[in-house]
Write a protein that binds this ligand. Structure first.
Ligand code: ATP
Length: 940
């Protein structure tokens, strides 16, 4: 074998050799590596040469496509038509302004969506992909991007294959290669070389980058990374679409279409009214187009996208990475959260506290991974473990893939905490686990898989023979044991229940002797003939923050259900500590399997703790809950959890312990694996939705208000006869309306996306998923505010026009009156914005200055509006005229009238909301009552 430094792939490009047809030793030789992997320095040098192992990602939607999507909207076509018409009719300035606005609007929309897309894309990539590799025989976790040809990697079920690898050793390895071949059925992989001309799908001695391990384990050597992998060669670019569409944006797009059609119809009517009243065609058309421009909420799409993007960032700060944008909204209507237990609701810091052997019971003192504490029988510490305890501890510590390291006085664990606990227990009792590993060397292993619930290892027994150590769920291990005389299964199961009902995870440990000739471990070696060594019970305390998060969910009308692979008694004890159990009992996976659909739906709703659950039960539970009308968030970490995660309305994967497969199936990834972060995400989801509704309630009234102002003007104002031609008296010009719609509305509505949570956000019931976007509240509010705005602006327009007509003549009086009408609308908006900061509460209660962005927006708008009124350049473009201080004060006064009026409206509405909540709670309780009653009855 050549030395690792040889790195021959540089001489002959990787990927070009028939790695699949070569035996493993020849491949190792060719890539200049060894079964122990590369030395760190060599790996670093190769990384320099080969570059990082990443495929370049591109957004699925190119900038041009995104730009076209901005232009290709009914709104833009209406605006373009009105610009063309205005220019044709000789109103060149108006036409050009509309055109400028179209360009500006398109650009703003484009830039915002592009930035939002990038930000979300960056966030979704925040969850790093790691790989386990051997560096000089030591297992280390490195980012997949740092892998180089020659690295030896360890693969386990749930992993994403990080690069193209040639298998060196494999146990029951199955890989799903859909990413590469489109074939979603997993294929079996073996170490044996295959024919040189075998197709990609038949190269069973290889695993390719981007595919997923669905079962088994393997050791393999990297032969190609990044662009040199098969996936890289098929597409140099990894297309990643970040879809910015959500149910809300889709609903808004539909509403937008209806609004546009409605407005075009009303514009047509207005045109008819104008002509009937004797105006010229040009004037009537202009009035009709002005109406179209006024009533369409141009700024809304940008506002919604930005609010969602901000929501995603806030959630990331609270440790929930959104992978699919619609989840931001769905979170707000979640009614049930189904959570794993271990690590999510509990700390995943296992400590063995109790041991039982056929000859006695023991206690271990001390908590955590520090091997400080001792083995006791009763109160009495034991200097060295008695024979029965020793056998149990040795088998537990050796049937084990975890490792303990001490760094700067603190103990850290690599591997599974359940296994770590067994090592710590052995060390506490005075055994040196490293020594044991040397003396009783491991020959082979069957790793732990959730669906098997056991792990087995084959060892030298130190006396010329071999032993299998088996550990796992007691039911599973006991089934394989031949029990000694006088030892009944029932007695052992009673002991298991005794420990489990104290909240402990209980593992049974057994051994079997074999002759020295037994070389490997096959599944038929672990079917029976074992001797039970005993039980180890370990505690894993609930997370403090999970207890309060469960409480918060309950207050928010969300039911929390715990779904665990653990024993029913353990689940019940932990469920009770977390406040989830609520007097019911745990339902087991076996019971679920026996239920028909109807019974399942009933039990899924009424029970909150499910134990010994397999991934397929999770899928059935999600479906049953959804059938009962629930919006379900479901956590999962294993490879087999993917279907349930996809089925759930919100699939939640674990960032630290989750498999790559579960992460890819999820809508949200928790960076800290903590239940509290789901509750935080729900809270954020509700906030984002509230803020979107606030934006709607803010934006829509202005559009309707402007439309009303124009309709009333054309239909009811006196006809002016200028130069012998009748002219409509328009309270605003198209350009001025666009100013309000785009500049003022966007400047003011955007800060709403930063609005903090409403004080009662987690005291309300979840939003009904079928609640229309244009809820009764939004519609009523729109009508009310639009009417006020119309009355105020029209009133001041007429007042100013009539007051000034005699003094300065028609032209200037009209300009002043129009300027005043625009300023009044803007004043309304400024004061109404303060109202909109909270849906039900008064601005004083939520804190006048709690959202500084609001005042930034208002400040910016006031400056812009002053420019609009007083700057000669703006006056020319927008047809405005300077206003007196008195006129300005009048606008502000009329605008401010909205504050008390909406405050009264809110007061009535919050009283109504409280009553409705009470009624709904009573109704829900009544509905649930019959389901809750039989809880204690046997299920199934
Ligand atoms: P949860 O669903 O609450 O997160 P979990 O996913 O940790 O629980 P599993 O890992 O499926 O549950 O464990 C199920 C059972 O398998 C445990 O109750 C335990 O008896 C057994 N078990 C867990 N880990 C191991 C292991 N490393 N070796 C052997 N048996 C194990």
């Amino acid at each position: 074998m050549t030395s690792p430094q040889a790195d021959s792939p540089t001489a002959s490009p990787p990927g070009q050799r028939p790695w699949h047809a070569l035996p493993p030793e020849a491949v190792l030789d060719a890539v200049g590596s060894s079964p122990d992997g590369l030395p760190e320095s060599e790996a670093r040098a190769r990384l320099e040469r080969h570059g990082p192992n990443v495929l370049q990602r591109v957004s699925g939607e190119g900038p041009l496509k995104l730009l076209w999507r901005q232009v290709n909207s009914p709104l833009i076509w209406v605006l373009l038509a009105s610009a063309t018409l205005a220019i044709t009719l000789g109103k060149v300035t108006d036409g050009l302004i509309v055109l400028a606005v179209v360009v500006l609007n398109t650009l703003i929309g484009f830039v915002q969506e592009f930035r939002a897309g990038k930000a979300i894309e960056a966030l979704t990539q925040m969850v790093p992909e790691n790989a386990t590799t051997l560096r000089e025989g030591q297992k280390v976790t490195v980012p997949s991007a740092r892998l180089v040809p020659g690295d030896v990697v360890l693969l386990a079920s749930g992993d994403k294959v990080p690069a193209d690898v040639r298998l060196l050793a494999a146990r029951n390895l199955q890989v799903e290669e859909a990413a590469l071949t489109g074939e979603s059925v997993s294929s079996e992989k073996r170490v044996e070389p295959v024919e040189e001309d075998a197709g990609l799908g038949d190269r069973t001695s290889m695993a390719f980058g981007g595919t997923h391990v669905t079962y088994g384990t393997a050791t393999a050597v990297v032969v190609a990374t990044a662009g040199a992998t098969e996936l890289g060669r098929i597409s140099q670019l990894l297309h990643e679409t970040v879809d910015l569409q959500t149910p809300l944006t889709q609903a808004l797009a539909v509403i937008g279409r209806y609004i546009t059609i409605g407005i075009l119809v009303i514009s047509g009517v207005l045109l008819g009214v104008g002509l009937l009243r004797g105006y010229g065609v040009a004037e009537s058309l202009l009035a009709a187009l002005t109406l179209a421009v006024a009533a369409i909420p141009e700024g809304l799409p940008a506002i919604v996208t930005i609010a969602l993007a901000i929501g995603v960032q806030y959630m990331a700060a609270r440790r929930a990475i959104i992978r699919k944008l619609p989840a931001v909204e769905t979170l707000g209507s979640t009614t049930v959260i189904c959570s794993d237990k271990t690590g999510t609701l509990t700390r995943n810091e296992m400590t063995v506290q109790a041991m039982w052997t056929p000859s006695g019971s023991y206690v271990l003192s001390g908590v955590g991974y520090a091997p400080q504490g001792d083995l006791r029988r009763g109160e009495e510490p034991l200097a060295s473990p008695p024979e029965d305890a020793r056998a149990l501890l040795v088998a537990g510590a050796l049937c084990n893939d975890a490792a303990l390291q001490s760094k700067d006085g603190t103990w850290a664990l690599t591997g599974d905490p359940t296994e770590g606990a067994l090592i710590v227990a052995a060390e506490k009792a005075g055994l040196r686990v490293e020594e044991l590993h040397t003396r009783l060397a491991r020959v082979d292993a069957i790793p732990f898989e959730s669906e098997n619930q056991f792990m087995a290892t084959l060892h030298e027994d130190g006396q010329g023979g071999r032993s299998i150590f088996l550990k796992g769920a007691p039911e599973v291990v006991l089934r394989r044991c031949a029990l000694e005389e006088g030892l009944g299964v029932d007695a052992i199961l009673t002991e298991v229940e005794r420990l489990a009902s104290r909240g402990m995870r209980v593992l049974a440990v057994a051994s079997r002797s074999l002759p020295a000739s037994h070389a490997g471990l096959r599944s038929e070696d672990v079917t029976g003939g074992f001797r039970l060594l005993g039980l180890q019970g370990m505690i894993d305390p609930p997370r403090e923050e999970a207890i309060s998060a469960v409480q918060a969910c309950h207050t928010a009308g969300i039911t929390v259900k715990m779904i665990t692979g653990d024993h029913a008694k353990t689940a019940e004890a932990i469920g009770a500590q977390l406040g989830i159990l609520e007097g019911s009992r745990a339902v087991t996976g076996a019971e679920l399997a026996r239920m028909d659909e109807e019974k399942l739906c009933e039990v899924a709703t009424s029970s909150n703790v499910f134990a010994r659950v397999a991934p397929e039960h999770k899928l059935r539970l999600v479906r049953a809950l959804q059938k009962e009308g629930h919006v379900v968030a479901m956590t999962g970490d294993g490879v087999n959890d993917a279907p349930a995660l996809k089925q759930a309305n919100i699939g939640v994967a674990m960032g630290i312990t989750g498999t790559a497969v579960s992460k890819e199936a999820a809508d949200i990834i928790l960076t800290d694996d903590n239940f509290a972060s789901i509750a935080a995400a729900v809270e954020e989801g509700r906030r984002v939705y509230d803020n979107l509704i606030k934006s709607l309630a803010f934006v829509l009234p202005t559009n309707l208000g402007l439309a009303l102002i124009l309709i009333i003007g054309v239909a009811f104002f006196p006809i002016l006869s200028i130069a012998g031609k009748p002219q409509p008296l328009l309270a605003m010009l198209p350009s001025q309306i666009l100013w309000i719609n785009l500049v003022a509305t966007v400047a003011l509505a955007l800060p709403l996306a930063f609005e903090a949570r409403e004080p009662d956000v987690m005291k309300r019931l979840p939003r009904r998923p079928d609640e229309p976007v244009l809820s009764r509240f939004v519609v009523m509010r729109t009508l009310l505010v639009a009417a006020l705005m119309c009355a105020g602006a029209t009133g001041l327009f007429l007042y100013e026009y009539n007051a000034e007509l005699a003094r300065v003549g028609h032209e200037l009086a009209l300009r002043e009156a129009q300027t005043m009408a625009v300023t009044t609308v803007i004043m309304f908006q400024i004061f109404y914005l303060l109202n909109c900061r909270s849906l039900l509460d008064s601005v004083l209660r939520i804190g006048l200055f709690s959202n500084p962005f609001v005042y930034l927006g208002i400040g910016a708008l006031v400056l812009l509006q002053l420019g609009f009124i007083y700057l000669p350049f703006m006056q020319r473009v927008f047809g405005t005229a300077p206003l007196s201080l008195e006129a300005l004060g009048l606008c502000a006064l009329v605008g401010a009238s909205i504050l008390p009026i909406i405050s009264v409206e809110k007061w009535f509405r919050s009283r109504h909301a409280r009553r409705e909540r009470q009624e709904r709670e009573e109704r829900d309780n009544n509905k649930r009552l019959p389901l809750r009653l039989p809880r204690r009855a046997p299920v199934g």
